[in-house]
Each structure stands twice: as structure tokens, then as C-alpha cells.
Design a protein around this ligand. Structure first.
Ligand code: PLP
Length: 234
């Protein structure tokens, strides 16, 4: 696999160092320690061997978008002590693999999804940390609950004994200039303040390869990085 620029895809120590340096610099600029931000390596579309190579370089948190792909990789890598993050849109008929394998689910966005996930996680005898995805664009057809629907979704997560409410996640629209995401990240941080602050919602999952500095400046505690670590997806 090669990307359009010709660089082979796959994790390398240089790619990991570059991402870690960006995170450290952004944390320093924001007066936060580098341990304030969890790097979630988004391995979607890359094979299990790519995750194993990343694990060997010290990464422990991995993000997947598709339930079936999560299942296949998690089963292939069950010998590794890693944490799977499910960062994709969760559908009710696909909660099984997520309930069985995820440690953190970033994109719960409705009352029925919270209930379905909670039930399946309880059946599996597990517990899962949950972030509620909020859509701050108001555009049609986007994942995430509207800010007005957030209290009901938070309550639905809290009602499930198998789920631990951990925070909020958002996905801004893509803009060429990463600073275009800043207003969306600030809006998510403000929404957290309105709903109990960091003690109620410790995690803010925001920022990807393109805009992680802007997200960290706005208070991100989890950044979800794919391309920056693994190269371009084929
Ligand atoms: C693919 C994906 C990412 C990673 O995006 P990159 O631009 O490759 O860093 C992060 N979050 C979500 C929800 C994704 O689907």
C-alpha cells in the first residue's frame, strides 16, 4: 500500500514520534501535561498486523469504526493487553461485537442505542466507558445527538449499570484550515460545563490528525489519530 505522495503506509517509529511531539507541544502551549491527553490510534482499514506493530511501539489504545472489523481484529489480537475504542456510528443491530470487545465507546448518540448497548454489555458480564457524541453543526444526516437532546442521552447512559458515563465527543465538519474546527471544540467544552463540568464528564474526545493541536488547545483529553500514525487509508 502506498499513499498518493508515495510514502508506504504502516506505522513507523518516526510517524509515532512526530504525532507524540505534536501532542506534547500542544499540551505545553496550553499549560497542560502531556499525560492529560490519551492518544487513540485509529486503525480502521489497516490489518491486525499493523495494530500489532503499533502495540510493539508502545501504543495501547486503538480505535475502530466498524463493528465487524473490530470483532475480527480483536479476536486476532486477543493475546495483547490493549484497549479497543469504538469511534464509529453505532447501529442497534451491530452492538454485539462492540459490547463484547470495546473498552470505550465514543459515539453513543440516542436513548435507544444507550439502552441496547447497556443491555448487551451487561449480558456479556462486562463494563464499558461511554462518551456521548454531539452534533454541533445542525446539518442533516450527521451522527450525534443535538445539544437539546443531550440531557436525555446522558440520563439513558447513567441508567445502565454496565455503562460508565465518561464524557463527550464531537466531529466537526472538515475545513482546510484546522482553526475552522475551534468553534466546534469550544462549543463541546461549553456544553460539558453546562452539564456538570469535568467531574461529571471527564473526557472530551475531539481532534484528529488534521486538527489535534486546535482540539488540545480547547481542552481535548482524547485525540483520535489515524492517518498521522498509519499513513493514508487505501
Ligand atoms: C477515521 C476517524 C478518525 C481518524 O481520522 P484521521 O484523519 O485519519 O486521523 C478519527 N475519528 C473518527 C470518528 C474517524 O472515523
Amino acid at each position: 500500500m502506498t499513499d498518493p505522495g508515495g510514502a508506504p503506509s504502516g506505522i513507523t517509529p518516526a510517524r509515532l514520534e512526530a504525532v507524540r511531539a505534536r501532542i506534547a507541544a500542544a499540551c505545553a502551549a496550553a499549560g497542560r501535561g502531556p499525560e492529560a491527553v490519551t492518544l487513540v490510534a485509529v486503525s480502521k482499514t489497516f490489518p491486525a498486523e499493523a495494530v500489532r506493530a503499533a502495540y510493539a511501539l508502545g501504543l495501547r489504545d486503538f480505535g475502530e469504526n466498524y463493528a465487524q472489523e473490530l470483532r475480527l481484529k480483536a479476536e486476532a489480537l486477543r493475546d495483547l493487553a490493549l484497549r479497543w475504542h469504538f469511534v464509529g456510528h453505532l447501529q442497534r443491530n451491530k452492538v454485539g461485537p462492540v459490547a463484547a470487545w470495546a473498552s470505550v465507546v465514543h459515539a453513543v448518540d440516542s436513548v435507544p442505542i444507550a439502552a441496547a448497548l447497556g443491555r448487551r454489555v451487561a449480558q456479556a458480564g462486562r463494563s464499558v466507558r461511554v462518551l456521548v457524541q454531539v452534533d454541533l453543526t445542525g446539518a442533516e444526516g450527521r451522527s450525534g445527538c443535538a445539544p437539546e437532546a443531550l440531557p436525555a442521552v446522558l440520563d439513558a447512559v447513567r441508567a445502565e449499570g454496565s455503562l460508565t458515563l465518561s464524557g463527550l465527543m464531537t466531529l466537526p465538519p472538515h475545513t482546510e484550515d484546522p482553526r475552522g474546527a475551534r468553534a466546534f471544540f469550544d462549543a463541546l467544552a461549553a456544553l460539558r460545563e453546562r452539564h456538570g463540568g469535568p467531574s461529571a464528564l471527564p473526557e472530551l474526545s475531539m481532534g484528529m490528525t488534521h486538527d489535534l493541536e486546535v482540539a488540545i488547545e480547547a481542552g481535548a483529553t482524547m485525540v483520535r489519530v489515524g492517518t498521522g500514525l498509519f499513513g493514508h487509508r487505501g
